[in-house]
Write a protein that binds this ligand. Structure first.
Ligand SMILES: [Zn+2]
Length: 284
């Protein structure tokens, strides 16, 4: 599943590919991806619209057109490809045909991706969109000015049973950390993944924020992580997998054996020496 750094990589590739292109027509082969308008509305409203910019909030891409925005989530395996006259694949579900003869295809083997269309007259800025579903369910990114120890404390206070691993995966609390990056953040923070989130002190919460920024920035700079199903458009390969400390590793950088357990149903890698569980009551 693409995480924040991979979505950022896709955003940058798409900015390069489609900004300035004007839509001549749209073909929809699998309409369930379009959520809040009918397929005909989607096809008709976007004719003659030009791609002006592409933004990212958490793992959502926001395509800014002349009069509309559409908010897209890639979910498990969604990909956008800029194509010309290549044969249409059975996994190409939506095709935006441009006046210049090229086309943008939304390809999704699992069909879990989503698209929501919003009118720019009603919602004038990206900030307005943050009040609407699905962006209103997105928590703060670690880089956000409003992200701080108090914010995490308030959010974690109500999580009586959640481990820190589960809490960090919750996109409504921190946006953009998925399974790979949470393992890496907890390693850098020297925190055991099963410690209960509500038991963390200020210093530990601060460490989580700082480590999250460090891990995500590094991953963004390296184009994300190419692991299992993820490939960004253009077949760009991320290089962050070469920098992983514990996720999928046998040894941590200090040469201890990495252990794999399941936390909240997710495969979790950690170093039992570097990440001691110092809050035993946290073990579920
Ligand atoms: Zn270690």
């Amino acid at each position: 599943m693409p995480e924040l750094p991979e979505v950022e990589t896709v955003k940058n590739a798409l900015r390069h590919d489609i900004i300035g292109k004007k839509i001549k027509s749209i073909d929809v082969y699998y309409g369930k991806i379009i959520k809040n308008v009918t397929i005909d509305e989607f096809k008709n409203l976007l004719v003659d619209e030009e791609f002006i910019n592409i933004h990212r909030i958490g793992k959502h891409l926001i395509f800014e057109l002349t009069k509309y925005y559409f908010v897209a989530h890639l979910r498990m395996e969604g990909k956008y490809f800029l194509m010309h006259d290549e044969e249409i694949s059975k996994h190409d579900h939506i095709i935006f045909n441009f006046y210049d003869g090229s086309n943008l295809r939304y390809n999704d083997v699992r069909k879990f991706g989503t698209i929501y269309l919003y009118d720019k007259i009603k919602y004038r800025s990206i900030d307005d969109l943050k009040d609407l579903y699905p962006l209103n369910k997105v928590g703060l990114e670690p880089f956000d000015d409003k992200m701080n120890v108090q914010y995490l404390k308030d959010k974690f206070k109500d999580l009586k049973k959640s481990s820190i691993k589960q809490a960090l995966l919750d996109q409504s609390i921190i946006a953009g950390l998925g399974n790979i990056y949470v393992d890496e953040v907890l390693y850098l923070s020297k925190l055991h993944p099963e410690i209960k989130a509500n038991l963390l002190n200020d210093e530990e919460l601060k460490l989580i924020i700082d480590s999250s920024i460090k891990v995500l920035n590094k991953a963004i700079n390296l184009g994300g992580t190419t692991i299992r199903s993820f490939q960004s458009s253009h077949e760009i390969s991320g290089r962050f997998q070469n920098e992983l400390n514990v996720h999928t590793k046998e040894k941590c950088p200090c040469n201890h054996d990495v252990v794999k357990i399941r936390v909240g149903g997710r495969g979790t890698y950690f170093c039992p020496v570097c990440q001691k569980n110092n809050k035993k009551e946290g073990i579920q």
